[in-house]
Design a protein around this ligand. Structure first.
Ligand code: SF4
Length: 221
């Protein structure tokens, strides 16, 4: 059975924590009704993680089952997220299949895993982990060289030290895509981060996680 699945893309499987319909709360597609496919597993342990329930468990779903569930929600926007979706190598094939099916596909990734495998039609939202995340050593800096204007970088800021770290990173790297600064939920007031950005005239976009403004910090929204 396993060998047959390798030759039949629709029968390939991924471990899925949840598939749900919500408002995209982050990055360039913020505000669009979107289907989220949350894959299980993550090798990181950011101190502010709001999806620890996706670290383990989940259910094996075939690509065909995943796509059928996505299609059921009737929106062209699909976001594959986690956990760290690229921790499951077959994620790249699912992304390509969703693009081939005509969906507008985005990927949310921790920035710790090589993004070269991801179809260039996918809008990749790549995190840069700050010292305050406690996972800064896992940043895969080579990913920055692979970014295109179609992608985005997201940096979750926990405090002033994180802000200055992120500002220094942007001074050293010219990025071709939008950069979003997001205050760590309940750790840094959004207004404080806005003031810092304005004072420095930083060419970044402030991002407040829209889904948490709407519904709070709850799974599946
Ligand atoms: S990379 Fe994302 S899912 Fe993984 S621990 Fe960090 S915040 Fe949580």
């Amino acid at each position: 059975m396993a060998a047959a699945a390798e030759h039949d893309p629709a029968a390939a499987r991924l471990k899925v924590t949840e598939i749900f319909f919500s408002i995209q709360g982050e990055a360039v597609f913020s505000g669009w009704p979107t289907v989220f496919v949350r894959l299980t597993g993550c090798p990181l342990r950011c101190q502010y993680c709001d999806t620890a329930y996706a670290f383990t468990g989940g259910e094996w779903r075939t690509f065909a089952e995943i796509e059928a569930e996505v299609r059921r929600h009737g929106t062209p926007y699909v976001c594959v997220t986690g956990g760290e979706p690229l921790a499951q190598p077959r994620c790249a094939a699912l992304l390509t299949e969703l693009c081939d099916s005509g969906f507008n596909v985005s990927l949310e990734t921790s920035g710790a895993i090589d993004i070269a495998c991801v179809d260039t039609r996918v809008a990749r939202v790549v995190d840069l982990k700050t010292p305050g995340s406690k996972e800064v050593e896992h940043n895969r800096w080579q990913n920055l060289e692979l970014l295109t204007p179609h992608d985005a970088v997201k940096i979750v800021i926990c405090d002033r030290a994180d802000y200055e770290w992120a500002r220094d990173v942007l001074a050293k790297h010219v990025l071709p895509c939008p950069v979003f600064f997001s205050p760590s939920y309940e750790q840094l007031p959004a207004g404080t981060l806005a003031d810092w950005i304005l004072a420095d005239r930083l060419p970044v976009r402030l991002q407040v996680q829209l889904h948490k403004v709407l519904w709070g910090n709850v799974p599946g929204r």
